[in-house]
Design a protein around this ligand. Structure first.
Ligand code: AMP
Length: 334
């Protein structure tokens, strides 16, 4: 989606990725298929591009830093470095006045058992690194054996968070340009199934919208602290006590996919504009209501019904293999 937005503005996109199957490569001018630690490939890539961005949170920071010595990388590796480790992410957010769920660091089963006494028996154990879409997570309830959760996440360095009794979930999607100007999208109300985003809708209902100003202010502070360039997303839980920080992503976000048709300028185009040093575009809605539904796993087979609906915009990502919970595409209704 970034490559499509860039191509529409006359840019030639060069994808660097290790995977055999590259949906972005299908719509880009050039592809380098190489490992993130292939220094020769990284150097060759840096030699032929004008600017680099990334849209996957598990790109090794070392690869980004190597590229950044030869070519501008936006956003910088500093944001990626923080966002890759749930512990450093939460500490960073707290240092800027944000409020994550109560959490403890877990390096051993004994740490986990002790933490549950302090934060309560309802909790989520999450690996510090390499988790996304509910992967690397285990829920814990009263009476559960902590050892089972510890085994389920592979006994890896983790944090355990208290389960937040939220009214709903939402995200702030902000774009910041090299000169510090920012634009923000309407906050979407996000619903997850099994830790995976299912639906994002704007405008958000009141019980979410009343937390937007505080959450946007924190997101602006984060972007400024990182001297961030590009789209930054922060996910929040709406609670009676205010917005609780959940997670930060230094990239365009699934909860902003609705902006392709639902906003005057999409998150993808604004990210490309920011990265390329162009002025940002307006984020205003193009319809009174916008709703994005992910096509997870087998739901992708419903494409014919989606196309029969004149109000629906179908997006398929060109992934060849359907797996349960895999994001195969999405539909947006205006
Ligand atoms: P994450 O990958 O950390 O964003 O978690 C994925 C989803 O799991 C979230 O969007 C929530 O729906 C749920 N979740 C994660 N952590 C918590 C928590 N501490 N309390 C309640 N729900 C959570």
């Amino acid at each position: 989606m970034l490559a499509l937005a860039a191509a529409g503005m006359g840019y030639r996109v060069h994808i660097f990725a290790p995977e055999d199957e590259l949906p972005a490569g299908d719509v880009a001018a050039e592809v380098t298929r190489a490992a993130y630690d292939d220094n020769a490939a990284l150097d060759a890539f840096a030699g032929v591009v004008d600017v680099v961005t990334y849209e996957f949170e598990n790109v090794p920071v070392a690869a980004i830093e190597r590229l950044a010595r030869r070519v501008p990388v936006r956003p910088g590796g500093n944001a990626l470095d923080i966002a890759q480790d749930r512990l450093s992410e939460k500490r960073f957010i707290e240092s800027l006045g944000g409020h994550p769920a109560p959490y403890r660091t877990v390096d051993t089963l004994a740490d986990l058992t002790a933490a549950l006494v302090e934060i309560g028996p309802r909790a989520v154990l999450k690996t510090r690194r390499m988790g996304y879409d509910g992967k690397g997570q285990a829920r814990i309830g009263p009476g559960d054996d902590p050892a089972a959760a510890w085994a389920a996440i592979g006994e890896r360095a983790a944090i355990v968070e208290g389960l937040v009794a939220f009214d709903g979930e939402f995200s702030v999607i902000l774009a910041r340009s090299h000169d510090g100007a920012t634009v923000v999208y309407d906050v979407p109300h996000n619903r997850h199934e099994g830790g995976i985003l299912d639906v994002s809708a704007v405008p958000a209902p009141d019980f979410i919208a009343r937390h937007a100003a505080e959450a946007v202010a924190l997101t602006r502070t984060v972007a400024q602290a990182l001297d961030y360039v590009g789209v930054l997303t922060i996910e929040f839980f709406a609670t009676p006590a205010g917005p609780v920080f959940n997670e930060m992503a230094s990239r365009v976000h699934n909860s902003g996919h609705w902006t392709i048709e639902g906003a005057r300028v999409s998150q993808f185009e604004n990210h490309i504009r920011a990265v390329c040093g162009l002025p940002l575009g307006p984020t205003t809605l193009t319809a009174p209501k916008v709703r994005m539904q992910n096509l997870l796993g087998d739901a992708v087979h419903d494409w014919a019904a989606v196309l029969a609906d004149p109000g629906a915009h179908l997006h398929l990502y060109g992934k060849s293999e359907v797996k349960p919970g895999r994001k195969m595409g999405h539909v947006t209704w205006l």
